[in-house]
Design a protein around this ligand. Sequence first.
Ligand code: NDP
Length: 249
Amino acid sequence: MTDRKPDLKGRLALVTGASRGIGYFLAKELAAAGAHVIAVARTVGGLEELDDEIKALGGEATLVPLDLTDMAGIDRIGGAIHERWGKLDIMVANAGMLGVISPIGHVEAKVFEKVMTVNVTSTWRLIRAVDPLLRASDAGRAILLSSGAAHSARAFWGPYAASKAAVEALARSWADETKNMPLRVNSVNPGATRTAMRALAMPGEDPETLPHPSEVAAAILPLASPELTETGLILDVPKGCFTRYQMPA
Ligand code: NDP
């Protein structure tokens, strides 16, 4: 993978969780590189702010206010992209939630189920909705936000860790299914980043000690490049390299 900023002129990118944090700045990076961004989240104010910033850069965005627990809504996004553009070049499954930091046995069922719905089921549903559109691109790129928690599986992070391990497994299976096609599918561990989610997880931490989401977004951007060759890997942003997993023969 090269660190050079990709040229994404004329390309179409979908970003979930684009109203704040890492997704917001990744959407901005994609637009600055020339892509038309389809920005998905619930908070209309955050999406509108992003739209203003993208317009100021001379770029274009389409805003999709949607709660990702609305599975039929996710399906509709796939249908609408098909009708308007016939293909999708870049998908960023970034939206996510932490749930609670708590002993596993104390997690309320409704909290566990919501974490799985937002982090895992909606990601699968989005994959299902856009897979044919990404295959229709000459260089489809899928980027799924994971977390170091998927591997560290620290005490009290059970629901979130399990959800991110599931996201990585989905990404790797999808990558293996599509390895002989132009489509490239990779996960990302962004590392601790100065966002609302991190502040919720680590309330005592000084946010100024953490990288700003704009820095993290710039490190993720090369995964959207039409020149990318890697697939089925995890980009570890703090280490600045891919983690390699053995692909099945
Ligand atoms: P934020 O909490 O700052 O942003 C989360 C985004 O997800 C928001 O745009 C939010 O939009 C969206 N979202 C959450 N729930 C829903 C929902 N039900 N429907 C639609 N959109 C939703 O998180 P970060 O930017 O920190 O995290 C981005 C990704 O990076 C996540 O997948 C996270 O797990 C991962 N990550 C983050 C780390 C960190 O240190 N920050 C570390 C490791 C991984 P809205 O509320 O407007 O709907």
